[in-house]
Design a protein around this ligand. Structure first.
Ligand SMILES: Cc1cc2nc3c(=O)[nH]c(=O)nc-3n(C[C@H](O)[C@H](O)[C@H](O)COP(=O)(O)OP(=O)(O)OC[C@H]3O[C@@H](n4cnc5c(N)ncnc54)[C@H](O)[C@@H]3O)c2cc1C
Length: 275
């Protein structure tokens, strides 16, 4: 099985995780759209962050209530037995600068999904100087140089990875992208040298995680011929529907890291997996 993996996929499989942990400080805040807050973090601990593939996954850690800084895992992903109960969630490396004039910088795009999530609430009111922890990164997407074309599908939470991937696809590479957003105001500029066909799918009032419009748009699409590199992310139940359609009805090869639940709607059953 592993003999058929590309060198990048093999590297992803063999890379230890997490590679590094550390503290980061909020350095910049920009409202990209009404529903997305872009936060740039600075800190010398980021100097050791590898950024080999687009959209690598980073785990962010928030301090317990009343504390200024979170405690970090001390042994791989393990926290000390007396560590406080801290909030952590997975996010995407939207951008990473290793050696800019202000030192290493990490950019994360936070979807503002309301007051009911701590990360969303925090990102809405984040202030320069606040300190979070991080652990990672892990490779999620890896390029497949032998693929004839690439299919990227996601909701707002998958958009940072899709945008980071589009930054790095080879010039002229046929690429089909479907992104679900709340409404037209959530569209972002997407630059790419790939031969890109991009469809924004708006929910227009339907609830996030319960709309079927993304799957309907993908079902209605004509795909190019040849071997596809597929990547899908979004609400877990929506991703399951897309995975089944693409694999069972379209016959596309989808490995374990290629269609991932990024969050779970409160009504999604427990047996539907989330990354
Ligand atoms: C590998 C990976 C990469 C990710 N990258 C990003 C990223 O770059 N940017 C990003 O914004 N998110 C990203 N996510 C998704 C993010 O981790 C989740 O949305 C997370 O649940 C947010 O945490 P929270 O504390 O705000 O809410 P939680 O405490 O986890 O959840 C509270 C409530 O909010 C609901 N909820 C959670 N997320 C959403 C949402 N997006 N829309 C509507 N309701 C929601 C839940 O159903 C729950 O009812 C990624 C997830 C994974 C697994």
């Amino acid at each position: 099985m592993s003999a058929s993996l590309s060198p990048a996929a093999l590297r992803a499989k063999e890379r230890p995780s997490p590679l590094t942990t550390g503290h980061i400080t909020v350095a910049g805040i920009e409202r990209v759209t009404p529903g997305v807050q872009r936060i740039t973090f600075a800190g010398e601990d980021l100097a050791r962050l590898p950024d080999e593939e687009p959209g690598e996954i980073i785990t962010l850690i928030w301090p317990e209530d009343g504390a200024d800084r979170p405690e970090l895992p001390v042994n791989g992903w393990r926290f000390a037995p007396d560590a406080p109960d801290q909030h952590w969630r997975n996010y995407t490396v939207r951008d990473y600068v290793a050696d800019g004039p202000d030192g290493p910088l990490l950019t994360v795009d936070f979807v503002l999904h309301g007051d009911h999530g701590r990360c969303s609430r925090w990102a809405t009111g984040a202030q320069p100087g606040e300190v979070l922890g991080f652990a990672g990164p892990r490779i999620h997407f890896y390029g497949e140089p032998t693929a004839d074309w690439t299919l990227l599908v996601g909701d707002e939470t998958g958009l940072p990875s899709i945008a980071a991937t589009l930054d790095r696809l080879p010039p002229g590479h046929p690429t089909l992208v479907f992104v679900e957003i709340a409404d037209a105001g959530e569209r972002q500029e997407m630059a790419s040298e790939a031969d890109l066909v991009l469809e924004w799918v708006t929910r227009d009032g339907e609830p996030a995680g319960r709309s079927r419009r993304l799957e309907e748009a993908v079902r209605a699409a004509s795909f190019p011929r040849g071997t596809a590199k597929v990547w899908v992310a979004g609400e877990s139940l929506a991703v399951r529907g897309l995975r089944e359609h693409l694999r069972d009805e379209r016959g596309l090869a989808i490995g374990p890291q290629q269609a991932i639940g990024y969050w779970k709607h409160r009504d999604t059953p427990d047996d539907v997996e989330e990354a």
